[in-house]
Design a binder for this molecule. Structure first.
Ligand SMILES: NC(=O)C1=CN([C@@H]2O[C@H](COP(=O)(O)OP(=O)(O)OC[C@H]3O[C@@H](n4cnc5c(N)ncnc54)[C@H](OP(=O)(O)O)[C@@H]3O)[C@@H](O)[C@H]2O)C=CC1
Ligand SMILES: O=C(O)C(=O)[C@@H](O)[C@H](O)C(=O)CO
Length: 274
């Protein structure tokens, strides 16, 4: 079983550096897919209320018999639930679907700045955190301006900002803002939904080590200090994506992957997604 390294969050909590994402995993398949991931050694699972598969994640956790303190479970409040009271309710509903008493990480899924509710939503997350219902709170898809608005409240600084990061879209300004505030960057779509896996710069490095392109890209995330949450429903890929801890990219190879940045954002722009 691979030993997955952890990153210390700004409140001292240890978060596995590789987790398992379940966006677009159908609810009916989720328990089986997550069970495969847990068998492979993943202990961190990333879901969201909007994914519609929290109950499947919860069923897999329960069936696994893995002690609760060995797991790191993340979910997110969806845009339509933003606001103080609505977020408190959404949190309880997610926890019930997951079958948990306490969550490890709760995130605001998108800033949705047009609705101007993310500061109230953040206050609700602070309340949930203060009540001990979650071990860490954070945000997702927050640009530096949104993150600074939260910091300006003078309360809890988010532990994590989960943003789109892969070789074609590195959001360096957002990563730098995260780092300057002590916020861990967690990369979503870390493999660019497989779009980066045929890039010759990546496949040539993979050939050097006899590894796969996915493993090289995931090593790049790890060595650049990010958390990554690849998704797969394919058992061999689920295992492959965690088989990362016995080789290391050189500085030149990391730089060659950095050079693939091409403004290739795949998801919506956070300023305009509501
Ligand atoms: N906060 C946010 O707004 C967002 C968060 N996320 C999170 O990030 C997670 C990962 O992002 P996601 O968009 O799923 O994209 P990924 O970059 O993880 O890519 C997933 C795709 O790559 C394929 N794949 C996975 N591993 C391999 C491999 N080793 N070799 C070849 N192909 C592979 C999968 O195929 P297959 O499944 O068929 O094996 C799937 O099609 C999500 O599940 C979710 O948890 C994602 C988007 C937005
Ligand atoms: O996967 C997520 O976490 C997302 O927020 C997005 O993919 C979102 O759900 C979406 O579908 C945007 O078009």
């Amino acid at each position: 079983m691979p030993e997955v390294p952890t990153i210390e969050l700004n409140n001292g909590i240890a978060m596995p550096q590789v987790g398992f994402g379940v966006f677009q995993v159908p609810e009916a398949d989720t328990a089986q897919v997550v069970a495969t991931a847990l068998d492979a050694g993943y202990r961190s699972i990333d879901t969201a209320a909007i994914y519609g598969n929290e109950a499947g994640v919860g069923a897999a956790l329960k069936a696994s018999g893995i002690p609760r303190d060995e797991l790191f479970i993340t979910t997110k409040v969806w845009n339509s639930d933003q606001g103080y009271d609505t977020t408190l309710h959404a949190f309880e509903a997610s926890l019930a679907r997951l079958g948990l008493d306490q969550l490890d990480l709760y995130l605001i899924h998108w800033p949705t700045p047009k609705h101007a509710k993310y500061l109230d939503t953040w206050r609700a997350l602070e309340k949930i955190y203060a009540d001990g219902r979650v071990r860490a709170i954070g945000v997702s898809n927050f640009l530096p301006s949104h993150l600074r608005a939260i910091a300006d409240l003078g309360g809890t600084i988010p532990a994590v900002n989960q943003i789109e990061v892969h070789p074609a879209c590195q959001q360096r300004e957002a990563q730098e803002a995260n780092a300057s505030l002590g916020v861990v960057t967690e990369a979503w779509s870390p493999l660019a939904q497989a779009g980066v896996l045929t890039d010759p710069a990546v496949t040539s490095i993979a050939g050097t080590y006899g590894r796969t392109a996915a493993q090289v890209v995931l090593r790049w995330h790890l060595q650049r200090g990010r958390v990554a949450i690849p998704k797969s429903v394919t058992p061999s890929r689920i295992r492959e994506n965690l088989d990362l801890f016995d080789f290391e990219l050189t500085a030149d190879q990391l730089n060659a992957i950095d050079a693939l940045e091409c403004d290739g954002r795949m998801g919506p722009h956070p300023d305009f997604f509501n």
